[in-house]
Structures are given as C-alpha cells and as structure tokens.
Write a protein that binds this ligand. Structure first.
Ligand code: URA
Length: 432
C-alpha cells in the first residue's frame, strides 16, 4: 500500500477501508510514514469527512497503538467522565466523589489544560502533595478501597492520538468531527470503564461554537461507543459564560470544596447534580430518575460527598489540611477588584475572553511547556442575570504578575450588560 494513494482516495471524496486506515495510523505511530503525508491526509479528512464505519475503524486503529486497561477485577459499575473543555469547568472534582459516595466506581484519566481551557490534572496538582502519576497497582488499590481515582493519562495509552493531535494542532485540522470524536473516544475506551459520561460544551468558550455541530459530535461519540459495546451518554451544556464563579486552579479547587459542602454556585451545582443523577441512574443504583436526583442532592448536602473527596485527596497524597481549611491555599500577591462601568442586567460573560484573561494572569498555558501559577485566576463576583450598578464589583483578579491593565480591560469588555434580563440555558440537551 502507498500512502499517496490513501491521500488521493480521500481527497477525491472516497471512503477509506479498514486496512487503509490501519496502514496510516500504525505507519505514523511507528515512524514509517512522514508527518507531511499524514498532514495532507488529515486536511483531506477535514474537508471530505468520514462516515461512521471509517470513524469506528479509525478509533480502533488508534486504540491498538497503546495499552488498554482491563478493569474487570474491580467490582462495581465503572464510570469515566470527560468534558470537551470549558472555562471554570471543575465538574469532575464534584461528580467523582459524589457518585463514588453512592457506590459507583469512578476511574478517571485526565489531561492538562492548554489555551483558554483548564485541565482537571492541573487543578488537582494545586493541592500540595497531590500525586496524579499513579501506577496500575496504586490505581487498582485506590479504586478497590475508595471507589475513585483521578490520574494523569498514561503515556502508553493511545500513542497515535498524541502524535496525530500534535499534528492537527499545527495544521488547522482540529475542528473535524470524526477526528475529535475518535481522539476522545479512543482514550476513553482504552481506559476501560463501563459508562463514558460526556459533557459536550457549546458556546464561545468551547470547541463547538454552535449547537448543530455539538449534536453531530455527540451522536458520533455515542455511535462509536456502540461499536465497542460501551454505554455512552452526553449532556450538551452551555459554555457561552464560564461555569461557576472561579477560574484558575486553586480557586477552582476551593469552589469545588464549597460545592461539596452544599455551598456552591447555583449553575455549577445544577450541572454536577445533572451528571451525577444520570450516572447513578445508568449504574442502576436506582431505576427512578427523581430518586437518583434526590440521592445525589442529599449526599452533596449531608457531608458524604465531601468526606469521599477527602478520602480521595488523602489516598493520592494531598495535604488534607488544605481541604479542611482552604484559607491555607497560596494567595496571589495582587488581588484586585474590577468595578462595572455600566448599569443593567448581565446578559453574558464571554467565556473565551475570560479564559484567555485567566491564562494571561498566569493560570493557564499558552504553550505546552509553560509553567502554571496555581494561585492565579479570576473570581466572578456577578453572574449572568444579575443586575449591576456602575461601581459594583463584578470580578476580582488574582495574579503574581505586575502588568495587568490590558487584562482588566478585557475582563470589563467580556461582561455584556443591557437593560433587558436575558436567560441563559445551562443544560441544553441529554442524549444517549
Ligand atoms: N479533545 C481531545 O482529546 N481530542 C480532540 O480532538 C479534541 C478535544
């Protein structure tokens, strides 16, 4: 087989066979096909697309380039949750302990943040001592004893994805539904859970800017799941404005702690309960959705989910004193309030602008190698639908940098304020 024939076949609008897909994925992973040819094929896929059979074959070939975790020896229903990425999205930090407190096993493999979206692994590492690099033995022990773990994705899981994703990043071929779906699903299937619970974000602070594409991506991932006998459910949720009030690593951990004590921001608690309810229901802890909601609500407010979070942090080496007393977390040297220059209802807080501002304050990475400042970020003192007067504090920035005037201007610009109160829908659609 010649790579040039595979490229021209796709370029001319044709369907690739399983063998042709396997040829380029394995060939690229073992170094026998150069990146300029794979770049060209990725661009052809970007324009021509792939049907479901091709997408499932692509997912399978990618999985076969790495290890697959077998979780069979762990008893119970195993759930892995994944978000396509957003601003202020710390949902897994709450959903994990909440569903684990109700008997579901939560083995989550996660990534680091890049650009304007944060990553669960970075957030957890802002807890002093927390270890995200566990070996298989430690992961299994934690799952058996505590019922949850959140670890950094193993280096040998889906090797092809790392290579292909890096190439997509620099060739303008990230926003392709079959490529995104196979990239996400290959990693989730290789992680071995029974249920893959997906949060597909839509809006300014998300990959998917419009609902039609978010629905297409969701359908595609559900279909891939079927091809591998894996249950997949999706909640499409709004990412026009950030989720919750905290953006930035230790600020988000503190917000998760408050939420686990029943004192979280309303929108964030709502999304956590929606995911937990669906997980509890699919895990057959109860066969009634209202009862599932009640079980989750109760454990979020009676301390059981919080206690599970503490067990989890302790098991992964995190210093529990910080969880009991979040005032101990490092604070940035500059903490500056931003005051509104307009009067009216907040209609929207443009999520990607806030994400980029938080990154500029030190909370995120522009390039993979950048080092994160765990104490940097933004607290939104006001949220969409709130009424503000000129001079009211709408946000607070946390930074160790000395130059932040441009960021303050960007944050002010990201608050869309008018005399009409416009409602934002948080949970847009459930699909399975
Ligand atoms: N997240 C992934 O893991 N892969 C993509 O292609 C896009 C988002």
């Amino acid at each position: 087989m010649r790579m040039v024939d595979v490229i021209t076949k796709k370029r001319d609008g044709n369907k690739l066979t399983k063998e042709e897909i396997d040829f380029f994925v394995k060939g690229f992973s073992n170094g026998s096909i150069p990146d300029y040819q794979v770049s060209s094929l990725l661009m052809a896929i970007y324009f021509v697309g792939m049907d479901m059979e091709e997408t499932i074959n692509l997912t399978r070939s990618m999985i076969e380039t790495g290890v697959v975790l077998d979780l069979d020896e762990i008893k119970g229903y195993k759930v892995d949750k994944h978000s396509t990425g957003g601003v202020g999205d710390k949902t897994s930090l709450v959903v994990g302990p909440l569903v684990a407190s109700l008997g579901v096993v939560f083995p989550k493999m996660s990534g680091r943040g890049l650009g304007f979206t944060g990553g669960t692994i970075d957030k957890l590492e802002s807890i002093p001592g927390f270890n995200v690099l566990l070996d298989k033995k430690a992961i299994f022990r934690e799952l058996k004893e505590i019922g949850m773990c959140i670890v950094s994705q193993s280096e040998d899981l889906v090797k092809a994805d790392k290579l292909i994703y890096s190439l997509r990043d620099v060739t303008g071929t990230v926003p392709s539904i079959p490529l995104i779906a196979s990239s996400i699903m290959s990693k989730k299937i290789a992680s071995g859970a029974d249920l893959i619970s997906l949060d597909v974000k839509v809006g300014s602070g998300a990959f998917m800017k419009d609902l039609d594409n978010a629905i297409k991506l969701s359908k595609c991932m559900i279909e891939i799941g079927k091809g591998f006998n894996k249950k997949v459910h999706v909640i499409i949720s709004n990412m026009d404005s950030p989720l919750g009030c905290a953006i930035g690593n230790n600020l988000e951990v503190i917000e998760a702690i408050n939420t686990l004590k029943g004192n979280g921001p309303k929108d964030f608690e709502k999304l956590c309960l929606e995911f937990s309810k669906r997980i509890i229901y699919d895990a057959k802890i109860t066969n009634d959705l209202d009862e599932a909601y009640k079980l989750c609500y109760d454990n979020l407010h009676n301390g059981k989910a919080f206690n599970k979070f503490k067990e989890f942090v302790k098991a992964q080496g995190g210093n529990i004193k910080y969880i009991d007393n979040p005032d101990l977390f490092d604070k940035a040297k500059n903490i500056i309030e931003i005051k509104s220059n307009k009067k009216g209802y907040i209609n929207k807080i443009i999520a990607n602008k806030i994400g980029i501002s938080s990154m500029k304050l030190g909370a995120g990475r522009e390039k993979k190698e950048d080092i994160i400042d765990f104490s940097a970020g933004i607290i939104l003192n006001k949220k969409p639908e709130d009424f503000v007067n000129i001079g009211d504090v709408i946000a607070t920035i946390y930074t160790n940098k000395d130059n932040f005037d441009d960021v303050i201007k960007d944050i002010l610009d990201s608050f869309i304020i008018s005399d009409k109160n416009i409602k934002e829908e948080l949970i847009i659609k459930f699909m399975d």
